[in-house]
Design a protein around this ligand. Structure first.
Ligand SMILES: [Zn+2]
Length: 412
């Protein structure tokens, strides 16, 4: 596996500048395309799973974090507050408090539960400058977050469904988890003191893991301050582990924010919050994807999906028309004309592009295209409509396969 910082720079995905600051990378167009596509995959998966998306601001008053418990349990990781007249505002260290406030902004019936609220939103962490680097240790984080407000009876199913979403996302992204971890509290005053609450949430998560059939390890000292969690760990090339995905059960914040719903009995009941993230922070997820694939992303995620290579100037008009058709079909295609060098040199330059369409005199005449795949396979010339439809179907299905022997049923 290669270092994502080196590859990210070589491939023009992201960079940093001391004037912007350490731990504050910016995304270049190809990196922004990967990020946007990943974010849309997540939103699509969430929409299909019954989540509704919200936007909430990256700032909040100090009182919000005093109420959530972040101020007393998490302030070491937070930026100092900004004085604004008589108020203090804080760059948020998590999205949960905003979502709890949105939930409580109007009344809820048990019929609305589980209520699944999702957001890809910014949050901030005051990491020391010595540990910052690339996309893995950053101060500004885009988090794939969601909170499910539900009854106690619904918690186990919701947590299990979140684990299943994580499994499917890893399949589409070509990621293999290093291990599943049940993260429990450890000694010290970092955790809210409510033994009965910890016992109940730990029992629920243990049950979810046991029923999933996944092998896992219980580790003390890795829980969130408000509750235990299931962490999905990935490893980098040097074997260093980090947490990408997480599923957490929280009885604490519903209590702090006095959340409730009206039950079938007409009385007020307290919902449980399930916090879950499929890919964690977008920065860390992209860093891992760069290293995992060495820059050769699955076709649906690749910044350029298809490069059109006319053999000579004579085929340029035909090649340009092919690029235009790809773009109209929603594919990310580029032209690499003869002014960029010999065909061999252009093919080498496009080595990370999943599909390379070579257009010679014969292809220009009969509307066919000779595809070369990134893995070295060369396909027999195909009618270009068929080739583009098959690529489009694989991309739409978030496939990690570059080609399948027969057109898939959704390909026509
Ligand atoms: Zn949360």
């Amino acid at each position: 596996m290669s270092d994502h910082r080196k590859l990210g720079r070589e491939l023009g995905l992201f960079d940093t500048d001391p004037l912007i600051g350490a731990g504050l990378p910016y995304w270049l167009p190809d990196g922004a395309t990967v990020r946007h596509t990943l974010e849309e995959y997540i939103r699509d998966a969430e929409r299909r799973a019954g989540y509704r998306h919200v936007y909430s601001p990256v700032l909040g008053k100090r009182e919000l974090y005093e109420l959530s418990g972040h101020w007393s349990h998490y302030s070491d990781d937070m930026f100092p507050p900004m004085e604004l007249g008589a108020e203090q505002v804080v760059l948020r260290p998590s999205l949960c408090p905003h979502h709890a406030v949105i939930y409580r902004s109007h009344g809820h019936s048990y019929r609305e539960l589980p209520l699944r609220m999702a957001e890809l939103g910014g949050m901030y962490r005051s990491e020391l400058s010595g540990v910052l680097g690339g996309l893995t240790r950053v101060r500004a984080i885009q988090l794939n977050d969601a909170h499910i407000f539900c009854t106690l009876d619904q918690v186990a199913d919701e947590a299990a469904a979140a684990l299943e979403m994580i499994r499917r996302a890893y399949e589409a992204l070509g990621i293999t988890p290093a291990r599943y971890r049940l993260s429990l509290p450890g000694p010290g005053g970092k955790y809210v003191a409510a033994p009965e609450m910890w016992r109940r949430s730990t029992a629920l998560l243990t049950d979810v893991l046991d029923r999933s059939g996944l092998a896992y390890e219980a580790v003390e000292g890795e829980a969130a301050f408000y509750g235990p969690k299931i962490d999905v760990q990935v490893a980098d090339g040097a074997g260093r582990e980090s947490t990408l995905s997480t599923v957490q059960i929280d009885f604490h914040q519903p209590e702090r924010f006095d959340l409730h719903y009206i039950g079938p009995d007409g009385a007020r009941h307290r919902p449980v919050m399930v916090h879950r993230s499929i890919i964690g922070s977008v920065e860390r997820a992209v860093a891992h994807l760069i290293e995992e694939h060495g820059g050769a992303f699955p076709a649906w995620l690749a910044p350029t999906q298809l490069v059109v290579l006319p053999i000579s100037e004579a085929e340029l008009p035909h090649a340009e028309a092919l690029v235009r058709r790809c773009v109209d079909l929603g594919l990310r295609a580029e032209l690499a004309g003869p002014e960029r060098g010999s065909l061999g040199a252009r093919i080498r330059e496009a080595r990370l592009v999943p599909y390379q369409a070579v257009v010679g005199a014969r292809e220009a005449d009969d509307g066919r295209v000779a595809l070369r795949l990134r893995d070295g396979r060369r396909l027999d010339p195909l009618p270009s409509d068929e080739a583009l439809a098959r690529i489009g179907a694989l991309v739409a299905a978030y496939s990690t396969e570059l080609w399948t022997p027969r057109p898939s049923p959704s390909g026509d």
